[in-house]
Design a binder for this molecule. Structure first.
Ligand SMILES: Cc1ncc(COP(=O)(O)O)c(C=O)c1O
Length: 450
């Protein structure tokens, strides 16, 4: 382990500003000096299990030898070159691999830098697609309630109107919103056991009302992440595709979180055998090594931009588009998926999460337990009948995070939604240990609040 730097936190406090952090009240950041597998190591010698995959990006574990080697080998060959007017093997190899894995019909890859830019690209492609197709009236995007698509202006616009976006309202463009299938808090007050995915009718009515002004529907398929780890019935996703076909609008699947196995399938769209028109990828694309975004689409969308008229070009690009180091990590990650049968691991993890968390349903503060693939979420409430909860700013979140950290488990609840989303390499024993910590802490909180 590196020698401790006694002044790291002081130096951090003097000059840094951390994301999603109230700098006045938040506890000091964890001084992480190294990491390996599912563990992070602090400068003061603590070992902490990364229970949220470093903001959902890590899948094969930290400092993986195969990924390290791929990164080093690529750095020795070509670290970066601009992608307008140039190409390189990692970008081409990765595009070929992605297209082979993505739902059939997706044939084109447009690279960018991160999840938000992958969404920005999708939104801009959509608008220009309709202009290039001589249907400029189609400019309204339909998004779902509880959506989260990122923090840049376009991505915020299609996200839920929330504490995250409120200060920026004057910058945001108008979108139409339709119900998400949030079964625990059904927007129609129905029960999943007996409903017929009735919430889909809201999207149907919205698209009918918008008629030829609707451009696209954007969704986080199967799992809405930052909006509260809301797990969908697959029938809803299938229904969204049907409605997009019926009303002739594009379907954008934001798989920034769900892509690369997180929900138990390589891509969440596979749960309903759906091919979107545009799919956004990032986060685990590079196994959490480097920022990279990919917005992938069909030949039909791509063709709409081909012209002798250069004004129909897609004028979008970032300095680090298709960074070769990031592409090389992504390629190595896809090789690990095959070598280690990674998806089978996620399915085993899912089964363990399901059985391990089932007993927690009996705790009075647990309103709902949701598991999909390698993601488990507990929605905590102060009253089970009323389902009362404080939302993202619920003080319970920081309290729980501190309690888990004291036990060597890094979790960062979304307010009253506690979730566990470890790298897939977590062992059965490590998962059992983490579930034990979750159970103990929730039991303690239950006793404390009696
Ligand atoms: C579904 C989804 N889309 C987009 C983003 C934005 O990604 P990034 O943080 O890389 O900009 C996120 C981030 O959490 C996300 O969960």
């Amino acid at each position: 382990m590196s020698p401790p730097d006694p002044g790291l936190l002081d130096r951090d406090r003097r000059h840094l500003w951390h994301p999603y952090t109230q700098m006045q009240t938040a506890p000091p950041p964890l001084p992480i000096v190294s990491a390996s597998g599912v563990y992070l190591f602090t400068e003061d010698g603590r070992r902490i299990l990364d229970g949220i995959s470093s903001w959902w990006v890590n899948i094969h574990g930290h400092a993986h030898p195969v990924l390290n080697a791929a990164l080093a080998a690529q750095a020795a060959r070509l670290e970066h070159v601009m992608f307008a007017g140039c190409t390189h093997p990692p970008a081409v190899d990765l595009a070929e691999r992605l297209i082979a894995l993505l739902p059939s019909g997706i044939t084109r890859v447009f690279y960018s830098d991160n999840g938000s830019t992958a969404v920005e690209v999708a939104v801009k492609l959509t608008l220009q697609y309709w202009i290039n197709r001589s249907e400029p009236r189609r400019r309204t995007i339909v998004a779902l309630t509880h959506a989260y698509h990122g923090d840049t202006v376009g991505a915020m616009s299609v996200s839920e109107d929330s504490v995250f976006t409120r200060a920026f309202t004057p910058l945001l463009f108008r979108v139409e919103r339709a119900h998400a299938p949030y079964c625990y808090r059904c927007p129609l007050g129905l029960e999943r056991r007996s409903c017929r995915i009735d919430c889909l009718s809201d999207l149907e009515q919205t698209l009918a009302r918008l008629a030829d002004t609707a451009a696209a529907v954007i969704v986080e398929p199967m799992l809405q992440g930052a909006g509260g780890m809301i797990v969908w019935p697959r029938e809803f996703l299938a229904g969204v595709r049907r409605l997009c076909d019926r009303f002739g609008v594009l379907l954008i699947a934001d798989e920034v979180l769900t892509g690369f196995g997180r929900t138990g399938r390589m891509f969440a769209c596979e749960h309903a055998q759906v091919t979107p028109d545009i799919i956004c990828l990032s986060k685990a694309l590079t196994a959490g090594y480097l920022p990279l975004g990919a917005t992938c689409t069909t030949e039909a969308v791509y063709d709409a931009f081909l012209s002798d008229d250069r004004s129909r070009t897609f004028f979008h690009g970032h300095s680090f588009t298709a960074n070769p180091l990031a592409c090389a990590c992504a390629l190595a990650s896809l090789e690990l998926f095959e070598r280690d049968d990674t998806l089978a691991r996620v399915r085993r993890l899912e089964a363990q999460l399901q059985s391990g968390l089932a007993p927690l349903r009996d705790l009075p503060l647990v309103g709902d337990v949701r598991v999909i693939g390698g993601v488990a979420a507990l929605e905590l409430v102060s009253d089970r009948v009323m389902k009362s909860a404080g939302g993202y700013l619920d003080e319970l979140g920081p309290r729980l995070a501190a309690a888990f950290l004291g036990r060597g488990l890094l979790l960062r609840p979304l307010g009253n939604v506690l979730y566990f989303m470890p790298p897939y390499v977590i062992t059965e024993e490590e998962t059992a240990w983490a579930l034990e910590q979750i159970t103990d802490v929730l039991q303690e909180v239950t006793q404390y609040s009696k």
